[in-house]
Ligand binder design. Structure first.
Ligand SMILES: O=C(O)CCC(=O)C(=O)O
Ligand SMILES: [Fe+2]
Length: 217
């Protein structure tokens, strides 16, 4: 499931991130790419061990965790490997699949959090069996998509594309099971809002809880 998650960042957080990133040192993005992705990765990223890096990653992680849609769809066990990337004119990231393992953590869901819109080109393109979809979201919004997909970032033709990217290992490894739990949860909440705690609500809640118990990693 691909979800667009709006308003992940509060305005102070966005300001804090963009101001810190405007002063940060950026290095060649190839250093964190897998051996095949290196061939097509042309961007810059903030040095991972810069003194402010851990703080900036924490802002992104906690903003995502507290977002009700992101947490319900992704069910993150671990949010990891957050990077701050910058694409200047001519930079792009060709078609690739993300590494399945990053250190000890699995990548189930990839995300991009958009930190600026002053650029042209630079769409995130996700490939599907039946075609491609292109994404370019507003500032402070994020997209979450399966790490199993081939995807790319189109060349930036004007301005600078600044994003935070990262990965989540989900409590529910199988994307179909994750979607099923999300649908059941959405349905029971809407039923509750309309009719309160009915017998039907209790039965869906029971099924939801018991499936979660069976499937959680
Ligand atoms: O910048 C993006 O939207 C995605 C970048 C990407 O695919 C990656 O860093 O693996
Ligand atoms: Fe990627």
């Amino acid at each position: 499931m691909i979800v667009e998650v709006e308003n992940v960042l509060a305005s102070e957080e966005l300001e804090y991130l963009t101001s810190a990133l405007s002063k940060a040192q950026f290095v060649d993005g190839k250093i964190t790419a897998g051996w095949h992705a290196k061939q097509v990765k042309q961007n810059l990223q903030m040095q991972r061990n810069a003194p402010e890096a851990a703080d900036l990653r924490q802002v992104v992680e906690s903003a995502l965790r507290r977002h009700p849609l992101f947490s319900a769809v992704v069910r993150p066990k671990k949010i990891h490997s957050i990077l701050f990337s910058c694409y200047e004119v001519g930079m792009s990231y060709g078609s690739h699949v993300d590494n399945a393992l990053m250190g000890q953590w699995r990548s189930d869901v990839s995300f991009t959090l958009f930190l600026g819109t002053a650029y042209q080109g630079g769409e995130l393109v996700i490939e599907h069996a039946d075609g491609e979809r292109r994404y370019r979201l507003g500032v402070g919004d994020a997209i979450a998509y399966p790490s199993s997909t081939l995807h790319r970032v189109e060349p930036v033709t004007d301005g600078t594309r600044l994003v935070a990217v990262g990965w989540a290992q989900s409590l529910i490894r199988d994307p179909q099971k994750r979607e099923l739990l999300f649908d059941l949860d959405t349905a029971r909440r809407s039923l509750f809002a309309r009719e309160g705690k009915t017998v039907e609500f209790d039965l869906i809640s029971k099924s939801h809880a018991n499936l979660l118990r069976q499937w959680v990693d």
